[in-house]
Structure formats: structure tokens, C-alpha cells
Design a protein around this ligand. Structure first.
Ligand code: ADP
Length: 399
């Protein structure tokens, strides 16, 4: 090989190496820019989420806290920190569990995630959520730990408040249910006395009352009957609230049949036509309550219809959740005006035009309660003169 050739080859190799170096440099530059960008994004995320970052050098024992971290622990800037200082800032009851979690993470059992209370120098208490991860040298000895903290005092306060309200609500609901039940029970006895004396009066003085007297007695008797119905409906309503029972698989076809048996007299009397297209599904429910639900809805469909009642019962998978079923009970009744459609599910709410039809305004409130106990919902769609369609959802039974 002669000299010039060798030289050309060397210079080519040099040129190639140069190009490669330039490319590597450009790549490095781009990576550095990307790294800086992602560091900035991370910084932004950390700042906007108000997260404090800490870093603990296990070898020197020094603890480095970001400004936000110091704020979270109420520690002034400049004060040198060590792990012991951190532990001392915690509520006495939280020191041991926190230390145990940190030690367990360092022993190689993964990250730690704990909640503890920190006491600020002014004595105020702050709830903190903390996460940490250990880093190890080649000999698997822990050398540092790094993590993040978040002041969750506000959330804790809100949670506690919410819990308090929920407990108060539960208590007042239970009180109300108890009150309704006791009141209804206690009202039964005087009502029984009124009814029996009305009967006695009617029997003992038959023919001795004038027309007005007969009318008054009739009024008292029918008012007592209405009150008896009201009391028994109220009792039923208060009982449902008390018993959110364990739900079990129930065949809705059986539930429907039982409800229809219970409604047999009225179905015959009104010559009601009850139809369904196909078999109903198996759901998770309380059979007794579901029978009551079907009975109330079908009973209403028949009761409020002014012509020959035709009631259709169908079910399909809930459109927004295939694990649930949506049952539809539709009728050819008078329909419900839009302003009443939400209100009728509240207790004692009736459509004014229906005052002449027997009822207490409790049936649909019972339906809504039953569905609340089942984690389901009920709603109505209706146009006046076009009938009503009541929809409710229930969880499907596991196959
Ligand atoms: P009640 O039947 O004792 O009046 P509900 O709570 O069952 O009480 O019903 C509340 C009101 O809703 C009824 O008074 C009636 O005005 C209206 N309603 C319920 N179901 C129907 C229906 N299928 N068609 C028309 N109106 C209805």
C-alpha cells in the first residue's frame, strides 16, 4: 500500500468520525433540551400540585427539603435538618408507625406511603401524605431516600365534616323513621276506637239519624278508613328505611307473578291487561321489597287509567352500564304533566287532578326508597294523554 492512499483513507476515516461526532453532539444537545423541558414540566407539576420534595442522604444523615416541603412542615429556611428533626416534628402517636414504614422500605420492601400529622412550632396540626423510595449501592446498602409530601389537611377536614354530616343525616333519618313508626303505631289504637264506635253508632241507631246525621257518620267512617290506609302506608315507608337488607339473586318473573297475584282483585275488577314481551332477568335484590315495587307501579298504572288499563312490563340492559338492568313499566293512562314528574316521587306528593282517586301519595316515595336500598334509580317519562313509562334500574345477578 503506498503512502498517499493511506493518507486519503485516514482523512476519510477522520471525516466520518467527525460527522459521527457532530451527530452525537446534536443528539446530546437535543436530549439535553428535552431533559430540561421535562424537568421544567415536572417542576411546574410539582409547584402547581403544591408538592414538597425531599431528599435524605443516609450516609451523611443530611435531609434536604424543598421550600414547599419546609412550608408543609412549618420549618423556617436555613435550619439544617436531619431525620431525627423530621421525626420530632410529627405527632407523638405517628412517629413510631412512620419510622417503621420508612425502615421497612429501606429494608428492601419497596416504597412507603404513609399519612401522618405534623405539629408546627405554633402548635397547629397538619395532615400530610408522604411517599418515599430508597436507593441502594452495589452492595444493596441504602444510600439515599427520596420522596414527596403533600399537605392534605383541607381534604381531611372536608372528609371529617362530610362524615359528621353523613352520621348526623343517618341519625336524623333513623329518628324520623322511628318517629313515623311509633306515631303510626300509636295512632292505630285511637283510630280503631273511632271506627268501632262509628260502626256501633250506625248499628245501634240505625234509622234514627236524619239525612244529615247519616251523611256525617259516613264522612267520619270514610275519613277513618283513609287514615287507616295512610298509617299503614307510613309504616311501610318507615320500615323500608330501616332495612337495607342483604341483596340476593331474585328472578324478576317470580317477583312480577307475586305482585300480580296480590293485585288480582283489582286486575279482575278493572279488566286490566298486563303484558310483557319476553322473560324478565335475574337481579340482585330483596324479593319482598321488589314485589312491593312492582305492585305499587302496576297498581298505579291500573288505578289512574280511566279506560281499559293496559300495562306492559319489559327489561333491557341499562344503556350506560351493561351489568345493570333497566325495567320499564308503561301504561295507557292519562300521563303526568311535566311539572309533576319529579315531584311525585316525594312523600305525600300527588297530582292535583288525581285528588278524587284514592291514595295517600306514599306509593312512589316507597318505590324510590326501595331503589335507594338497591343502589338503583327510578324515573318517569310521560306525555299527557299518552300514558306513562316508569323506568328503574337494578344490578344484574352474577351468572
Ligand atoms: P298515590 O297513588 O297514593 O296517590 P303515589 O306516590 O303512588 O301515591 O303516586 C303519586 C302521584 O303520582 C299520584 O297521586 C298520581 O297523581 C301520580 N301517578 C303515579 N303513577 C301514575 C300513573 N301510572 N299514571 C298517572 N299518574 C300517576
Amino acid at each position: 500500500m503506498d503512502e498517499p492512499d493511506q493518507q486519503t483513507r485516514n482523512s476519510d476515516a477522520l471525516e466520518i468520525a467527525n460527522v459521527q461526532l457532530r451527530m452525537a453532539n446534536a443528539q446530546l444537545h437535543q436530549s439535553r433540551e428535552e431533559l430540561q423541558l421535562s424537568e421544567e414540566s415536572l417542576q411546574l407539576a410539582v409547584e402547581s400540585a403544591k408538592i414538597g420534595i425531599w431528599h435524605w442522604d443516609i450516609v451523611t444523615g443530611e435531609l434536604v427539603w424543598s421550600d414547599r416541603c419546609r412550608e408543609i412542615f412549618g420549618v423556617p429556611k436555613g435550619e439544617t435538618l436531619r431525620y431525627e428533626r423530621f421525626l420530632a416534628a410529627l405527632h407523638p402517636d405517628d412517629r413510631e408507625p412512620t419510622n417503621t414504614a420508612v425502615k421497612a422500605a429501606l429494608d428492601g420492601r419497596g416504597d412507603f406511603a404513609v399519612e401522618y400529622r405534623s405539629i408546627w412550632p405554633d402548635g397547629s396540626l397538619h395532615w400530610i401524605e408522604a411517599l418515599g423510595r430508597g436507593f441502594y449501592n452495589e452492595k444493596h446498602e441504602p444510600v439515599r431516600m427520596q420522596g414527596a409530601v403533600l399537605d392534605v389537611s383541607e381534604r381531611k377536614r372536608a372528609d371529617a365534616e362530610l362524615k359528621k354530616y353523613a352520621e348526623e343525616l343517618e341519625r336524623s333519618n333513623a329518628d324520623l323513621a322511628r318517629f313515623a313508626s311509633v306515631a303510626a303505631h300509636d295512632l292505630k289504637e285511637p283510630l280503631r276506637v273511632i271506627s268501632s264506635y262509628c260502626e256501633l253508632l250506625g248499628a245501634r241507631f240505625a234509622g234514627q239519624f236524619d239525612e244529615k246525621g247519616e251523611r256525617y257518620l259516613k264522612h267520619i267512617t270514610s275519613a277513618a278508613k283513609r287514615m287507616r290506609q295512610l298509617i299503614s302506608d307510613l309504616l311501610e315507608f318507615s320500615r323500608i328505611g330501616a332495612g337495607a337488607k342483604d341483596l340476593a339473586p331474585v328472578e324478576l318473573d317470580d317477583v312480577l307473578n307475586e305482585a300480580l297475584d296480590n293485585l288480582d282483585t283489582v286486575i279482575r275488577k278493572r279488566r286490566a291487561d298486563i303484558v310483557g314481551t319476553e322473560a324478565l332477568p335475574k337481579v340482585l335484590g330483596d324479593r319482598g321489597q321488589l314485589v312491593q315495587l312492582f305492585q305499587n307501579l302496576i297498581g298505579n298504572a291500573i288505578k289512574f287509567c280511566k279506560t281499559s288499563p293496559r300495562v306492559e312490563v319489559t327489561a333491557r340492559r341499562a344503556p350506560n352500564d351493561p351489568r345493570r338492568w333497566e325495567v320499564r313499566i308503561s301504561d295507557n293512562g292519562p300521563g303526568i304533566e311535566p311539572e309533576y314528574q319529579a315531584r311525585i316521587f316525594e312523600i305525600f306528593q300527588r297530582v292535583d287532578a288525581d285528588r278524587g282517586i284514592e291514595g295517600t301519595g306514599i306509593g312512589l316515595a316507597v318505590c324510590r326508597r326501595i331503589l335507594e336500598c338497591h343502589g338503583g334509580e327510578i324515573r318517569v317519562e310521560s306525555e299527557v294523554g299518552e300514558g306513562s313509562r316508569f323506568f328503574f334500574t337494578l344490578a344484574g345477578a352474577p351468572i
